[in-house]
Write a protein that binds this ligand. Sequence first.
Ligand code: T5A
Length: 212
Amino acid sequence: MPGHLISFEGPEGGGKSTQARLLAEALRAGGAEVLETREPGGTPTGEIIRNLLQNDLSGEPLCDETEALLFCASRAQLCRNVLAPALARGQWVVLDRFTDSTIAYQGYGRGFPPDTLRALNAFATGPVRPSLTFLLDLPVEEGLRRALVRSGSRDRIESAPLDFHRRLRDGYLEMAAREPERFAVLDASADASAVAALVRETVAARLGFRFS
Ligand code: T5A
């Protein structure tokens, strides 16, 4: 596909939304046409699924299998209706979480077999793949603290035990080590503007974008 998909990944509170917004602004300032979106969500259906996943809307505990399928359902809707057309038009897409979140959270975190999740991801995404993935890594205690300061309360997944968050952080680092050509691992405990500068440097070096 002629466009570029850049995803931001990592444990809670690493600054993905902040960095996605800053990168999108910098790309636009450099003349790029940019689509900025997030998972779960990014479509009307996906945003309803997001609400279900985060807020226990039905009053019934979600089983882990349902959780995994709902993340992939939101992803399918986003890929087919939004991402694939944008990439085919040659746009830059900046995405706050994508397929690696499912492997980290539902695989390393919940314990589902990675191959099952990879098959679900492939079914959901079709040909859509990230050109570059930033892993914003930081100790889980710090990330959860930041997320709590920001929102004032913890959602369903943030409330999972610390061990769950530690497993998924380790999982992300393993995934990044296996695919160094796609991943860039950044220390997210640094100041946000320092992280943003590294993000721009990496996009320039790996994807050839000239920032103004
Ligand atoms: N999930 C998602 C799955 O389990 N499986 C999946 O397949 C997918 C796609 C999504 C949840 O769903 C799970 C993961 C998540 O639990 P969400 O609300 O989108 O929920 O949550 P997150 O993606 O984790 O995003 P957060 O909003 O919690 O954190 P961010 O985006 O990493 O961080 P951000 O930018 O909002 O920053 C958090 C706070 O820290 C400050 C910010 O100002 C903000 O207050 N901050 C910094 N402070 C100091 N230094 C820096 N460098 C800072 N950068 C930001």
